[in-house]
Design a protein around this ligand. Structure first.
Ligand code: 4AD
Ligand code: MG
Length: 430
């Protein structure tokens, strides 16, 4: 008899198979016991009839508690009326481990309680659905870049310098020296374009975000992409194509999960190129028109991003920010050197910034001047300056935040549910 996973059940209809998994719901009705059962790849209802199973199996099923692990043997068949499309008439049932009283029940629990029990909470169908959408997004990003000829590479996590400013650096001691947890792999993949042309990385990044928000984790996953001979406009084209591809893949492959999450699909179906594009100055004007006291030189927080995003039904590019409020490596706008050739891509429906990108400074002198202006010691950046000494070329890239993208596509108001074990200013456990 075959032991199978429920995802393969359709290949075994009307056959007797073994399933192993967990009880998530059950009820008795006289001589019939209904067991709702999941194995991580699917769900099924098992029907246990007292008349048809051994006395041992019948006795076993009476003991089942929430989250008890069980092995069931029986015939699976199509059942159109079931939400799972199949049922099993159980011939034999064996408890693997009888679960103690499960702390998460059907009643409403507070967020702190659920977060403290995150290791158990992730078993719920809602949480599992989010993690499946996350998986789909990761694969979409990887397959997009593979199709586009980008090479996957890896950036270090322990680094001697900052990439995105020094205010939120995680510092650690490194054999008598200072090291920092990476905020972005960008600087390192810039080096790789001279070897591989078009590259991307995908890894954990760290920022000691000191305020509580719905959009910031202290540990999150970022995909950085970088390409030689690509300038600002083309850089945005790649971002637009990538984001449209991710949305299409999620719509195609995560129908069931999006339904469990009750995600409205209409706004997602609109996500096709081209995306609207506004300048930083135009963004300021939009804010002012909406009663926000914004002025040139201000950076945008979550509330501002939400107001801007609500003006559009697709992601919107905000480009050409003042150089002063962005990172040191961004290429000045030749038309106005106080601005930089950068873009932030803001998700629709108020889900915030999902991508930050820019053309990079490719000229040695300009970059040296910028390091000074940003009060960054040039010594640890010598290797990065070398890239401007030996065959420098125009190049651009961007970074997409995985968790922000998950929150948007799943329609989650808080980023804490987008990653299995979130790290937040007030949470390091479990
Ligand atoms: O805009 P950021 O800071 O850009 C960079 O780090 C560039 N070096 C990327 C590059 O050009 N290769 O971060 C990129 C994205 C943001 O748009 C956002 O989606 C996400 O990373 N992000 C965060 N996500 C969750 N929690 C945080 N604290 C985040 N900070 C940034
Ligand atoms: Mg940014």
């Amino acid at each position: 008899m075959d032991y199978i996973f429920l995802r393969d059940a359709k290949d075994y209809l009307n056959k007797t198979v073994v399933l192993k998994g967990w009880a998530f719901n059950f009820r008795s009705s006289g001589n019939i016991y209904f067991l709702q059962f999941r194995d991580g790849t699917g769900e099924v209802q098992g029907i246990i009839s007292k008349k048809e199973v051994s006395p041992e199996s019948w006795e076993e099923c009476q003991k089942i508690t929430l989250e008890t692990s069980v092995e069931i043997t029986g015939k699976i068949y199509e059942e159109k009326r079931s939400p799972y499309g199949i049922e099993m008439s159980v011939e034999n049932l064996k408890i693997i481990q009888l679960a103690q009283e499960y702390p998460i029940g059907k009643k409403e629990h507070g967020t702190d309680f659920l977060m403290d029990n995150r290791h158990l909470w992730i078993r719920s169908s809602r949480q599992a659905s989010i993690l499946k959408v996350r998986n789909e997004i990761v694969w979409a990003i990887r397959s997009f870049f593979r199709q586009e000829g980008f090479i996957l590479t890896d950036s270090p996590i322990l680094t001697p310098t900052s990439c995105e400013g020094t205010t939120n650096l995680f510092e650690t001691e490194y054999f008598g020296e200072k090291a920092y947890l990476s905020q972005s792999g960008q600087l390192y993949i810039e080096a790789l374009i001279y070897s591989l042309g078009k590259v991307y990385d995908f890894g954990p990044t760290f920022r000691a975000e000191k305020s509580k928000t719905r959009r910031h984790l202290t540990e999150f996953w970022m995909m950085d992409a970088e390409a030689a001979f690509v300038e600002h406009e083309e850089n945005m084209k790649t971002q637009e194509k990538l984001v449209s591809y991710i949305v299409a893949q999620v719509l195609k492959n995560c129908e069931k999960e999006l339904k469990i999450l009750e995600r409205d699909l209409e706004p997602l179906r609109k996500i096709v190129p081209p995306f609207p594009k506004i300048s930083y100055s135009e963004a300021i004007k939009i804010l002012q028109k909406n009663g926000v006291e914004a002025k040139e030189g201000d950076d945008f927080g979550g509330d501002e991003e939400t107001i801007i995003s609500k003006q559009f039904d697709k992601p919107v590019f905000i480009e050409k920010y003042p150089a002063k409020i962005k990172a040191f490596y961004m290429q000045p706008d030749p038309k106005n050197p106080d601005l930089v050739l950068n873009d932030d891509l803001i998700a629709p429906e108020g889900f915030g910034e999902i991508i930050g990108g820019s053309q990079r400074i490719d000229d040695l002198e300009t970059l040296e001047k910028k390091l000074k202006e940003f009060k960054l010691k040039p010594e640890p950046f010598q290797w990065y300056l070398d890239l401007r000494r030996y065959g420098s070329v125009p190049h651009s890239g961007f970074g997409i935040g995985l968790e922000r993208t998950v929150a948007w596509l799943c329609g989650l108001s808080h980023i804490r549910e987008t990653i299995p074990f979130p790290r937040l200013i007030n949470r390091l456990k479990p």
